[in-house]
Design a binder for this molecule. Sequence first.
Ligand code: AGP
Length: 590
Amino acid sequence: MCGIIGYTGKNRAAPIVLQGLRKLEYRGYDSAGMASALNGALYFKKAAGKIDDIDKKYELGELPGNTAIAHTRWATHGGVTQENAHPHTDCKNSIAVVHNGIVDNYQELRSALIRKGHVFDSETDTEVIPHLIEEYLKEGNTFEQATRLASQKLEGSYAFIVISLDTPGRILAIRKDNPLVIGIGRHGTFAASDTLSLQECESVVFPDDGELAILRSDGVDFLDIEGEQIEKESSTLDMNNYQYDKGSYEYFMLKEIMEEPQAIRAATIQDEQIFTRLAMDILRARQVVITACGTSRYAALVGRYLFSDVAKKFCDVVMASEFEYFSKSIDGSTLVIAVSQSGETADVIEGIKRAKANGAQIVSIVNRYGSVLSRMSDDVLYLGCGPEVAVAATKSMVSQMAIFYLLAYAMRNEFKIAANNLRHLADELERTLKGNGKGIVRLAEAFKDIEDFYYVARGMNSPIASEAALKLKEISYIHAEGLPAGELKHGTLALIDDGTPVVVLCPNDNTFSDTISNGIEAKARGAYIIGVSDIEHELFDFWIKIPHVDGFLYPLISVAPLHLLAYYLALKRGTDPDKPRNLAKSVTVK
Ligand code: AGP
């Protein structure tokens, strides 16, 4: 979490950095700040709040100079206060640092630095970084050496960007386990958490762990972990892939839900040969384990059913934050599939490190090009659904399920058939989204004051029940549970009362009649039943109609109206669907 950006170049830095910072706000939005350098002085502005509010009050974009760094925060260590906002500085205010990650040993470092006379202004782990650099400078090291040595003292994960008064026009950036991209543009150079925030960059370089990037206005040098200069490969950046705006939509989330059909189409544009090769690897592997978090995990759970039903290949899905507790059974005959929209999720990366160390083959399903996860994997399948900005994942999930569908059919040598089916599905989904909008708005109005919501389904539809519940909790703050319908009677039924909304996902597939029976049990306890199906049933108090599609594709079509329901419930309750409280889009801490 947290977004960092720095620019040094021929133009005034603050407006450029501010524009990039806004694009990083999905990473955290509880405070923000900027530091710039001009004529032997550092200038700072920082505060708690969202970037636009801070900018209105403190005019971040007005900071002087052609070199600046900035930060948008998701608090880990220390409350949401101005003092804890970044940048953080050394004792003399001559070094400024913005950081994304967690310094696990900060308390020990902080105590040692305090014993040496350093004075701290915040409760953050980050503040040890400028003080450590200051300490190494005192010992006679250069800025580059001091920054490298300081980084080597840090345990945990980090990407940080630093400027110093003593080296005007220069920015240093370094990472370990957290994302960092260096951008080279016509008028200057950038360091940032992601490519989305870069502007007018012709090429980008992704530093590896421990490598130091030294940015000047006219180019970048790289030092390896030993401090030796190295050549890094750069790649070109097609800025068209990185532009995003809300268009005519009020929120990114609605725009991204409406892009779900297009996301399915984009997912089908794949290299069949790669899918076929990976499908064979999956079939051959002694065991296949999929790992992911949150919504990506629900897509993986749908994938698990698809592998089993379509290709008769059993696999397991392990929640990434629990992966390490299973890692002893991961070996060279295991194929691990990591699913992550951002490709940055710390829990996923941690699990993949362990799997790699044990010799497993790693395949990742990722949206973000050049992400940490994609660079760790033996093979990467990209979603290609474009930037997803709203914290709540929507179109990326639909893409992930489409990729699993293609993989499952590739195991049967039927990739082309699957791609075709998906393209038809995309058209159906477009109609479904259009056809259900008004009814869902009415439903949201009726239930806007409710405090509990339940979602049930069976088989490969059951992860969609969990996904719908997660989305509702995440953006509308309504308590919700999603569970396999057969489990209701094993406990949760006790919570069903007069008027409790229960969404019953029961497409006309092999799960239909059993799921209806479970819905009837809930209705007998007073539940208000919202049916999601292609056929109407007397059980339903409200019917969300979906089209009849290939049985293995229902999850991809039924999730969309439930994303809409969560979205409209959030609007009716007055919450911001794009920036839910306490959350961030990229979860780069464990
Ligand atoms: C989804 O709405 C959530 N914001 C969250 O569960 C998310 O899916 C999870 O953090 C995983 O993110 P990733 O796909 O980028 O790894």
